[in-house]
Design a protein around this ligand. Structure first.
Ligand SMILES: Cc1cc2nc3c(=O)[nH]c(=O)nc-3n(C[C@H](O)[C@H](O)[C@H](O)COP(=O)(O)OP(=O)(O)OC[C@H]3O[C@@H](n4cnc5c(N)ncnc54)[C@H](O)[C@@H]3O)c2cc1C
Length: 511
């Protein structure tokens, strides 16, 4: 069999890897448009500082995915550079020393907060004395009453706003969720489908947050903790891209082929069967026949390059919405934001991995502090701080079209405005990421038409985040690649298994 896979992101790579482990005789060819593997989970290097496009937490409840992660990058057994300098007392389950070996998975503390009214609040929201002091007594009481109201008068969840209010009350929703969500999607939460909430904020509510807090206070074990509440995650020494580069090496070792700079531009179909794909490599057109086609390219693009797609289906696919994203790496020699936590860092500032910017007077939506993800991402992690300022926009809008120098100016000005940094920036890098977020509005409501059409093509399997138009994390994308491989091996075409990854509240193969 000849299996052609479009896209060498987490989904495409995991499909190839899983398939080749069991079927070395079959031919597996990955076609990747860009010049590297990893998709939007790649890591970019700029003047020896490495940038994660967003911060990619490796966290999963799925044992098969976890096993794959540790098989490719075994867990650390000795402290990393910063833990060593700080004398952190952690228990490491692995054996490898990250100071000596590069192919290693680190265990990192998760710290993320919300910046609101010039103060930092714990995220997930936490009812400690610190939070109440920062909110003030009156606001805290208002939050309590609005939460009680939400408990007593549950709204019918027609949209994301209802979803949040039912779980947190109106006051907390307006303080901590509304502004950021509106920045992220460019729409108010009342215009967004509530299913986004059930995928992203799965199972989280004030009740669970409080329960979790008190369980931790009294050292009660909670093996069913919600993903959003975990306080650690795994992270490759050199960022997520390192994991996918290692995976690609294994695929090639097992006989697979990865063709970079190979953009698929046409898909030729004979009634219900894909016959061949056409791709462009260095301006040369190539045709490749296939027995099975696995696609992790955006659904919208897939249908646009396929022949004989019914007009109504094509219309829905063409209008599937996405949100795009610009991230700006900024290198500074210090941060001015006040470190009001006891956590130590080797750069003597905040220990947050990322901060949600709920302040609506600036456009920046989230700030990553790469030093705290892994000290190995930064060339000089003691004397410099390498941050990522994230801006959500739409490809082709006025923000997207700004020149790099204009974007850098906005980023520097906004850092000053929110009192994060006053001074001279040492270096900056602008990265534009198309289709970073598949969105759940507009023609998304008719996506079943597109799915039904795809189901009718006997040798096509759609996987991954944009491939299934589903707000997937890496683990879901990886899992969908594995499931597709399994379906192909068992000659099954039950695509509901792919659509349902990350739809079920607790997804299928979870332990
Ligand atoms: C800001 C941000 C933060 C995130 N944080 C996390 C996190 O903390 N944890 C987590 O688990 N996940 C996180 N994610 C999600 C994660 O990035 C995705 O789930 C994952 O990368 C999706 O993998 P994929 O293979 O489905 O798609 P992609 O990564 O998009 O890969 C698809 C690949 O297909 C290629 N392609 C597209 N069209 C063509 C074509 N015509 N021909 C050939 N190739 C093509 C693309 O170049 C790309 O390489 C985050 C995402 C973003 C945007």
């Amino acid at each position: 069999m000849k299996i052609v896979i479009i896209g060498a992101g987490p989904a495409g790579l995991s499909c190839a890897h899983h398939y080749l482990k069991n079927n070395k005789k079959d031919e597996v060819i990955l076609l990747e448009e860009s010049d590297c593997v990893g998709g939007i989970s790649k890591t970019i290097s700029y003047h020896e500082n490495k940038m994660d496009l967003g911060g990619h937490r490796f966290f999963t409840k799925n044992q098969e995915v976890l096993k794959l992660w540790f098989d490719i990058l075994p867990l650390q057994g000795k402290p990393a550079f910063d833990d060593k300098l700080l004398g952190s007392k952690k228990n490491y389950d692995g054996v490898l020393d990250p100071e000596k070996i590069d192919e290693v998975m680190l265990v990192r503390n998760r710290v993320s907060r919300i910046y609101y009214q010039k103060k930092l609040f714990d995220y997930p929201v936490n009812f400690t004395f610190h939070t109440i002091r920062k909110m003030g007594l009156i606001t805290t009481i208002k939050c309590g009453f609005s939460y009680l109201k939400a408990l007593l008068f549950k709204k019918k969840e027609k949209n994301l706003e209802d979803f949040y209010i039912n779980r947190f009350g109106k006051q907390l929703y307006e303080m901590f969720f509304k502004g950021y969500t509106a920045k992220l999607w460019g729409r108010t939460p009342s215009e967004i489908d509530s299913s986004w909430g059930s995928q992203r904020v799965k199972g989280i509510s004030i009740r669970k947050v409080l329960l979790d807090y008190y369980k931790r206070l009294f050292h009660v074990k909670n093996k069913n903790r919600e993903v959003s509440l975990t306080d650690y995650f795994y992270y490759p020494k050199y960022g997520p891209g390192e994991f996918y580069e290692e995976m690609a090496k294994r695929i090639i070792k097992m006989g697979g082929t990865i063709l970079l700079q190979s953009k698929v531009t046409k898909i030729k179909r004979d009634s219900n069967h894909i016959k061949e794909v056409v791709y462009l490599n260095q301006n040369k057109r190539h045709t490749l026949s296939c027995d099975v086609l696995v696609s992790s390219m955006p659904m919208k693009d897939l249908l646009e390059i396929m022949n004989q797609v019914p007009k109504e289906v094509l219309q829905v696919a063409k209008n599937l919405p996405y949100r795009d994203f610009i991230t700006i790496g900024v290198l500074v020699d210090h941060l001015d934001i006040k470190n009001d936590r006891n956590n130590n860092t080797i750069h003597h500032n905040i220990s947050d991995n990322w901060i949600y910017i709920q302040d609506t007077t600036v456009k920046v939506g989230r700030i990553q502090i790469f030093n705290n993800w892994s000290p190995y991402l930064v060339k000089d992690p003691i004397h410099t701080i390498w941050i990522g300022m994230e801006y959500f926009c739409n490809e082709g809008d006025s923000f997207w079209n700004l020149e790099d120098y204009q974007l850098k100016k906005i980023a520097s000005e906004e850092l000053e405005k929110i009192d994060f940094f006053h001074g001279k920036v040492m270096n900056m890098k602008v990265i534009r990421v198309k289709k970073a977020y598949p969105a759940y509005y507009d023609s998304y409501h008719n996506i079943s038409m597109v799915k039904e059409f795809i189901e009718g093509i006997s040798n096509l399997y759609c996987i991954g985040r944009n491939g299934t138009h589903s707000y997937n994390n890496m683990d879901h994308s990886i899992l969908s690649g594995m499931i597709a491989s399994h379906l192909i091996q068992t000659h099954s075409h039950d695509l509901s298994k792919l659509w349902n990854v990350n739809v079920d509240k607790t997804y299928q193969e979870e332990k």
